[in-house]
Design a protein around this ligand. Structure first.
Ligand code: NAD
Ligand code: UFG
Length: 330
């Protein structure tokens, strides 16, 4: 029988791509999202791509109403994407982040226990490594938070770790994403933050299509070859195939934390260059002071993902950038 997979935050950027992949692989998909950072139109586009529908509940995962979802569906596994993720906002409103991200996970786990669901894949982030002590970063790197958003990810990882210690019949995968960018090849779903994006790729995308005049490059004096910050950008579809592998191998995972990146870093200027090549347009930029809290370089060692999940990223920066442009032009 086809498995029922619950995607919390499934209407969001990563969750919507996951829904497409699961539907295409004959899983039944149940999405719970309060649409605080997404739009219902995503659901229609998921159906357009797959010719199938995800079941949708507009529910806040922190509410008691979440029980309805577990009552009405026999959930086989949860992929827990739901979270608030804006670093700046988390500094202004830490309590909101603790309540939403940590409280939300606790509520989901309570329901899983009550309704006998043992499998969960959790969205963590490279932010849990804080300021890198060495590169590339492997999963043994120490954890530290540099903002409340990061604190919530570390706290959630600890909650899952403690749960597994208490009861090892749970199957838990903690996936630490590096910098996911790009979009589905249909151009019907992708990342579309409201207002001016905080993250580099969506911002440069807006400049490429002429919606914004120029990119602000945050610092050119870092200890990197061109002086600008280096990150491990990973194509959204590679990230999704990592989740598929985690789901398929979940019985062999012992609450493992696993990096999902490419292992290769690109500088801000290299990303701008890739957008210029893909769009055929000059992208104006201006060097600005460094952004508070930014690190010079962050990229992953992905050996563990290869070993545990038989997974590695296959797309390069050009694919990421052209798929993003295809999506925003549409
Ligand atoms: P997103 O904001 O596009 O998606 C998150 C979804 O969760 C949104 O649709 C939002 O409406 C929903 N949501 C938030 N709080 C909710 C609540 N209380 N109840 C129900 N729904 C709620 O973000 P994303 O980029 O798709 O990120 C998914 C996950 O991956 C998050 O946990 C995020 O922290 C993590 N992550 C993302 C990145 C990234 O760069 N995109 C990097 C590392 C980790
Ligand atoms: N940058 C600019 N100009 C911009 C935006 C970003 O120069 O307008 C630079 C940053 O200084 C950094 C690089 O581009 O050097 C990447 O910045 P992003 O904001 O795109 O990504 P971050 O690595 O700073 O952070 C993202 C998420 C975090 C998450 C982290 C690791 O925002 O929440 O990836 O997953 F923790």
């Amino acid at each position: 029988m086809n498995k029922n997979i619950l995607l919390t935050g499934g209407a969001g950027y990563i969750g919507s791509h996951m829904a497409v992949e699961l539907l295409n692989n004959n899983y039944n998909v149940i999405i719970v999202d309060n649409l605080i950072n997404s739009d219902k139109s995503v659901l229609k586009n998921i159906s357009r791509i797959t010719n199938k529908s995800a079941k949708f509940y507009k529910i806040d995962i922190c509410d008691d109403e979440l029980e309805t979802v577990f009552k009405e569906n026999k959930i086989d596994a949860v992929i827990h994407f739901s979270a608030l993720k804006a670093v700046g906002e988390s500094i202004e409103k830490p309590e909101l982040y603790y309540k939403n991200n940590i409280g939300g996970l606790e509520n989901v786990l309570e329901m899983m226990e009550k309704y006998d669901c043992n499998d969960i894949v959790f969205s963590s982030s490279a932010t849990v490594y804080g300021k890198p002590e060495y590169l590339p970063i492997d999963e043994q790197h120490s954890l530290s938070a540099i903002n409340p958003y990061g604190e919530t990810k570390i706290a959630c990882e600890e909650i899952l770790g403690a749960l597994y210690q208490e009861n090892n019949s749970y199957n838990i995968a903690i996936l630490r994403y590096f910098n996911p960018i790009g979009a589905h090849s249909s151009g019907l779903i992708g990342e579309n933050p409201q207002g001016l994006p905080n993250n580099l790729a969506p911002f440069v995308g807006k400049v490429a299509i002429g919606e914004v005049e120029k990119v602000s490059v945050f610092g050119d004096n870092y200890d990197t070859p061109d002086g600008t910050g280096i990150r491990d950008y990973i194509h959204i579809m590679d990230l999704i195939s990592g989740h598929m592998q985690a789901l398929k191998n979940i019985n062999n995972l012992q609450c493992d934390s696993i990096n999902l990146g490419t292992g290769k870093g690109y500088s801000v200027l290299e990303v701008i260059k890739a957008f210029e090549t893909a769009s055929g347009k000059k992208i104006p930029y201006e060097i600005c002071p460094p952004r508070d809290g930014d690190v010079a370089q962050c990229y992953a060692n992905c050996d563990f993902a290869k070993q545990k999940l038989n997974w590695q990223a296959k797309y390069g920066l050009d694919d990421m950038v052209s798929s993003h442009l295809n999506w925003i032009k549409k």
